[in-house]
Design a protein around this ligand. Sequence first.
Ligand code: OGA
Ligand code: NI
Length: 321
Amino acid sequence: MTIPVIDFSNLAGEERAKTLAQIANCCEEWGFFQLINHGISEELLERVKKVASECYKVEREANFENSKPVKLLNEIIKKKNDEKIENVDWEDVFLLSDDNDDQWPSNTPNFKETMKEYRVELKKLAIKVMEIMDENLGLPKGYIFKAFNDGGEENKNAAFFGTKVSHYPPCPDPEKVNGLRAHTDAGGVILLFQDDEVKGLQILKDGLWVDVQPVKNAVVINIGDQIEVLSNGRYKSVLHRVLAMPDGNRRSIASFYNPSYEAILGPAPALLVGPEAAEGEVEVVDGLAKYPKFVFGDYMSVYAEQKFLPKEPRFQAVKTM
Ligand code: OGA
Ligand code: NI
């Protein structure tokens, strides 16, 4: 089994309907898919790879060598202990956003400029992907965007677009620690630019862990918990994890388009239409909602505590209406 690969450029041509249907199927059955010909230039992607690797070497590697996972694993190896470490991840990570650009790595030539350019392109792609989901779900164009922006992008409650730069360095004993423990993603749409060669990311599909196979310069899309809620469960946020690997330093750059913390989420009313509605009439049946309404900021507070636990109790914990 491999993760479906979709040629995004086909949306512009004769194969539009077929491609829309493929994407709908991925959202319903997989929660993950890979986009090729997504419109982001190879030249930019090559520069992103270069600055990310350089940044790790110049500004991160020394800290990782002294980090908690390295210390814990060394202790276990020394003691010849068989236990697995379950409270940390074998990962180096930092977050880039518009709000924290004074704290971005600054000792790697071209890092800032390149990542700014990259984020502009990825944000545009995120909005396009959300519009495809609108269309596939039968929602008005821009519905998801508006729901996440709490009314409009210009207001202070705009959606949050973040970029998480991760490296998973080679691990001396990958059986004893996870690269990243299994979880679903809390937010909206996630766009991942993963390593060309070093694998490690897996999703849970029908009870089996399936590799998200590296495809050079593809962008992996996955569905966060809020799209599952908004679609009333038609689209799934699926469990995924990263395995620690004995060889190679895996790069992964995850950008996520998340609702504003003030946004009120819940199933789209248009998807709660009862069967007795007459032609052209919309009768919303609240009883069809499989998820409560809640404030996204509240969800994130619960998620911070429960990221690595099953997702269902999180929805009930934040129920307000
Ligand atoms: C995440 C995630 C996967 C990866 O950051 O939520 O799942 O490959 N990352 O780094
Ligand atoms: Ni994730």
